[in-house]
Design a protein around this ligand. Structure first.
Ligand SMILES: [Zn+2]
Length: 111
C-alpha cells in the first residue's frame, strides 16, 4: 500500500486491508460537482477453495456513495473489484468488501 492509499483510508476512516486507493478527482454527478476516489479491491486467492493458484480475469466496477460531512459535495468511491479464475477448482471469485454489497444496495447508495 502506498502512503497516498493509507492517507485516504485514514481520512475516510476505512480499514479494509485489500482495498487500495489510487487517485482522487473532482467530477460531475447529475450536473453537480462530486468528489470521486478511485480504488482497487484486491483478491489474491480463490474464495471457494482458498487456493492461491489463480488467473486474474479483469475487474467489475462499483460506485459507492460515501457519507460526506459536507452535503454540498457528494463523495463516491469507484471500486474496481478484481475477478479471478481458480486453477485448482476452476470456479470464479470476485473481491468483496463491506463497502459494496454483492447485489444492488437496497438503500440506493449505489448508482
Ligand atoms: Zn478454487
Amino acid at each position: 500500500m502506498t502512503s497516498l492509499s493509507n492517507y485516504i483510508k485514514f481520512t475516510l476512516n476505512i480499514e479494509a486491508d485489500n482495498l487500495e486507493f489510487l487517485d482522487a478527482s473532482l467530477e460531475k454527478h447529475r450536473g453537480r460537482d462530486a468528489k470521486v476516489y478511485h480504488a482497487v479491491l484486491h483478491l489474491d486467492h480463490c474464495l471457494r477453495c482458498g487456493s492461491d493458484h489463480i488467473w486474474h480475469n479483469g475487474h467489475s466496477y462499483s460506485n459507492v456513495r460515501y457519507l460526506a460531512l459536507d452535503a454540498s459535495l457528494p463523495v463516491f468511491i469507484r471500486i474496481a473489484k478484481e475477478r479471478v479464475v481458480c486453477q485448482n477448482c476452476h470456479r470464479n471469485s470476485m473481491a468483496e468488501t463491506d463497502l459494496v454489497n454483492k447485489k444492488r444496495d437496497p438503500t440506493g447508495l449505489l448508482y
